[in-house]
Design a protein around this ligand. Structure first.
Ligand SMILES: [Zn+2]
Length: 511
């Protein structure tokens, strides 16, 4: 009985799932690792034995969980990315282009392995016609479950801290997948049933600077995955911002704290009155407010229109931009061959076909993974920069730094377009990026400081300075202060000459 087909199948599955915790197990003393591995084996075996009483459902669900867990364990083991509800949101909102870029040979191999093993599991489970005995699984669970509960209850103790990363049901495969999918589903329903944000034009406001001799051009550039400490003007030893370094009217605020480590969560907060203290998105972007006060408005994006036509966090807050121009409106370049500089002629076109006061948002691709496809040859300064995985850190960082040089060139080219006008360009990144710190890469982990410390760089033209010396003084006054994404909405609105009345937001210029 012990070696029946059913018990062999379940034992194989239990071993596969236990093996997925290789990363935390390998970081423990051998005795602890052995204990945890045996714990996982017995726990999985017992749970699967119980589940197999509903064989028809289990034969479908368990292979699906195995598939997702293999993908999850690949991300966890090799990129230190833990599966979570946020990661699932990221996956469903990822464009085909972005997904294509993430498909490294190793990742494709992991997907293939997942398909083969989960198919095998499906046929294996279907053949388990003889239900397993319940006595041992139940007895085992009576012992094992209290251990897990106790570790969670006393999670501050060193022993619990050592063991929990491998065996707590919150972290162990496949339970972490179930937990993430459940949380994701709850949040997705909440998100879909949430009322649409109201127009920012409804905010109580008035024009502060009615008598500008020359109408203002305000450009807000949303950066992507740029971390403040890789900018030369913030003290990085490499020459990553050669052109900004030469600009006289550039103010850099060093590292400011991003609201989150994900685009979908950060961008809405950057452009709306939501703050760290009041994170609920109830109002759309400042563009509606600018329209109300006589600005012409535009939204230029490196994303394709298809992505924006669906109900996305950024679409919801975009507001009524008078012109919306997306990647596929002006180029046939796909995700992998697109560079931010391709938006420069579009910005130029918008500037030459509008007059009066203007507010323009430019949503860039910046330093999004994969870095080496984000810049053209003229910005390829640090080599070698061709990587296929994360094994050669130096190459990855070379490529990342080149993408910052491309951002430097992009911003300076925009400054050149409006240099002789009454103009202002605000640049801030949505979140940072991990570049191998503690073996972690990319973004999505809000606890990592390097994913939360982003650049805020404001440039103003000589004319702006001449017409608004008080505003420039207020901007200079904030350099060196501890700032966050919270300031972007009130500052942008203020710098556009609009005062917010009865507000608790961190305004730049008090009424
Ligand atoms: Zn982002």
């Amino acid at each position: 009985m012990l070696f029946s087909r059913t018990s062999v199948t379940l034992a194989l599955l239990a071993t596969a799932f236990a093996g997925m915790m290789y990363l935390p197990l390998s970081q423990m003393p051998p005795a602890y690792a052995a204990f945890c591995f045996v714990y996982l084996l017995l726990f999985h075996y017992s749970i699967f034995s119980l589940a197999l009483r509903l064989r028809k459902i289990t034969a479908i669900l368990l292979p699906i969980l195995l598939f997702l867990s293999i993908i999850g364990s690949y991300l966890y083991t090799f990129l230190n990315i833990k599966i979570s509800d946020n990661l699932l949101f990221l996956l469903i909102e990822t464009t085909a282009g972005e997904a294509g870029q993430a498909l490294t040979p190793a990742f494709i191999a992991a997907i293939l392995a997942a398909v083969i093993l989960s198919t095998g599991a499906y046929y294996g489970l279907k053949r388990c016609t003889q239900p397993p005995s319940l006595k041992w699984p139940i007895l085992l669970l009576i012992v094992l479950i209290p251990i897990n509960v106790a570790l969670s209850k006393f999670n501050k103790y060193p022993l619990a801290r050592q063991l929990r990363p491998a065996i707590a049901t919150k972290y162990a495969f496949p339970f972490c997948v179930i937990d993430s999918v459940a949380n994701f589903s709850i949040r997705w329903v909440q998100y879909k049933t949430r009322p649409k944000p109201q127009s920012s034009a409804l905010l109580s406001s008035e024009v502060m600077k009615p008598d500008q001799r020359e109408p203002l051009t305000l450009i807000f550039v949303i950066g992507e995955s740029a971390r403040a400490d890789h900018f030369q003007i913030n003290g990085y030893p490499r020459e990553t911002t050669p052109r900004l370094a030469k600009e006289e009217n550039v103010l850099t605020y060093g590292a400011i704290r991003s609201f989150a480590a994900l685009t979908r969560i950060s961008v809405p907060v950057m452009l709306t009155p939501a703050t760290t203290k009041h994170p609920k998105i109830t109002t759309n972007s400042f563009l509606d407010l600018f329209v109300k006060h006589g600005f012409s408005t535009a939204w230029i994006s490196a994303n394709s229109r298809a992505v924006y036509s669906s109900d996305m966090p950024t679409t919801r807050i975009m507001g009524n931009a008078q012109k919306t121009i997306f990647r596929n409106d002006f180029t046939t370049a796909d995700y992998s061959s697109f560079r931010d500089e391709m938006m420069l002629p579009v910005v130029k076109e918008v500037l030459s076909t509008t007059d009066g006061k203007r507010a323009i948002v430019v949503h860039t691709r910046g330093s999004h993974f994969q870095y080496h496809s984000k810049y053209s040859q003229k910005y390829r300064k640090f080599t070698p920069d061709k990587y296929s995985g994360y094994d050669n850190l130096k190459t990855v960082i070379n490529a990342y730094d080149n993408s910052i040089i491309a951002t430097d060139g992009f911003l300076a080219d925009i400054y050149d377009m409006v240099r002789n006008q009454n103009a202002l360009v605000i640049y801030c990144s949505d979140h940072g990026e991990s570049l191998g710190e503690d073996g972690i890469f990319m973004h999505g982990n809000k606890k990592r400081p390097e994913q939360r410390e982003v650049p805020l760089i404001i440039w103003y033209s000589d004319k702006y300075k001449q017409l608004n010396p008080d505003y420039v003084a207020a901007l200079k006054n904030q350099v060196g202060k501890a700032l966050s994404h919270d300031v972007l909405f009130p500052w942008t609105v203020n710098l556009g000459g609009i005062a917010l009345k009865n507000t608790s937001l961190p305004v730049l210029i008090p009424n």
